[in-house]
Design a protein around this ligand. Structure first.
Ligand code: PLP
Length: 329
């Protein structure tokens, strides 16, 4: 980062940013890409590009762009969401059921947003056959398609499909360097050259035009060069942790597909498990009152894996054992 060649990206002459954008566009099979500070900004710029005020977006339950972006789609684009399917993933039939009839008094369905992997669903990979069927329905109804691919790296490793194949059905794709790839900051939005010209203007409106951003792009380039190859390790680590936690009575561990483990703790508040894990030196999160979420990443080394899995299982066991008889406190 310290040695990065930099310019001024607001003038679009930062060589490191431009190199990262070009490389990412190629990886995704899109004409162009735009570096943005965060995945949230990438998603919100895409929504601004595809919609008008009063429009509706079809998305899966718990979609990040609806659930975790501070109501930005309502605030900046003036749109609302219709949720398709159950649990985050959905099918072409779910999209058909969610499309509003054309009438002046109804919201206009305009965009379908797919999240792959799906965060709240526990890092589940969106089946590509469903994506293709959804895209066909969307096209037939004149709807745009956005892929929230914050963890598309993980989806690619788990499915064995190249990033470009996963991205192909979509008009725009957002992708993060700051998650499993381990860069401190940064995401991209990719799509057609025309879409990225529009996106550049929205990026500026949202305050995402950065000057010597090459220092950040350099970290993302480093992550691409050095960290992509080890994403599979995170998936193995998640499975090891899931197996250890699955042995604890009173908790339900969801099947693991990538680097996220969701554990339901019906008998104890999730916060209690989070605190018990913290006491043993492992940081995890609560994603619902009775659900904890464990995410593996490159800072969890192979040497740390065994004791981490054991610590989490013990934390879960102790928190569950301390629960009052008959269920949640
Ligand atoms: C699926 C998904 N999309 C978008 C984002 C937003 O990324 P950022 O935190 O960089 O805004 C996240 C963050 O966790 C995410 O999980």
């Amino acid at each position: 980062m310290a040695n990065a060649a930099v310019g001024d990206d607001v003038y679009r002459d930062d060589p490191s940013v431009l190199a990262l954008e070009e490389r990412t566009a190629e990886l995704l099979g899109k004409e162009a890409a735009l570096f943005v500070p965060s995945g949230s900004m990438g998603n919100q710029i895409a929504i601004l590009c595809h919609t008008e005020r009063g429009d509706e977006i079809i998305a899966g339950e718990g979609a990040h762009c609806a659930f975790y972006e501070a109501g930005a789609a309502a605030a900046w684009s003036g749109v609302q969401f219709a949720f398709a399917g159950k649990g985050g993933l959905f099918t072409a039939d779910d999209v058909l059921a969610a499309i509003k009839p054309t009438a002046y008094y109804m919201p206009r369905t305009r965009l379908v947003a797919v999240e792959n992997t799906h965060n709240r669903a526990g890092g589940r990979v969106f089946p590509q056959a469903d994506v293709l069927a959804i895209a066909e329905v969307a096209r037939a109804h004149g709807l745009a398609l956005h892929l929230d691919g914050a963890r598309l790296w993980n989806a690619s490793v788990a499915s064995g499909l190249p990033l470009a194949s996963l991205a192909a059905p979509f008009d725009t794709v957002s992708l993060c360097f700051s998650k499993g790839l381990g860069a401190p900051v940064g995401s991209v939005l990719a799509g057609s050259a025309a879409a990225m010209t529009r996106a550049l203007r929205f990026r500026k409106m949202l305050g995402g035009g950065m000057r010597q951003a090459g220092v950040l792009a350099a970290a993302a380039i480093y992550a691409l060069d050095h960290h992509r190859g080890r994403i599979a390790d995170d998936h193995v680590a998640a499975r090891v942790i899931a197996e250890a936690m699955a042995g604890v009575a009173g908790a339900h561990v969801e099947p693991v597909e990538t680097n996220i483990v969701n554990v339901d703790t019906p008998a104890v508040p999730a916060d209690r498990v989070v605190q018990a894990a913290r006491d043993r030196g492992v940081l995890i999160g609560a994603s619902a009152p009775h659900r904890v979420r464990v995410v593996t990443h490159l800072d969890l080394t192979r040497d740390d894996l065994a004791w981490t899995a054991e610590a989490l299982a013990t934390a879960l066991r102790d928190a569950t054992a301390g629960a009052p008889a008959g269920g949640a406190a």
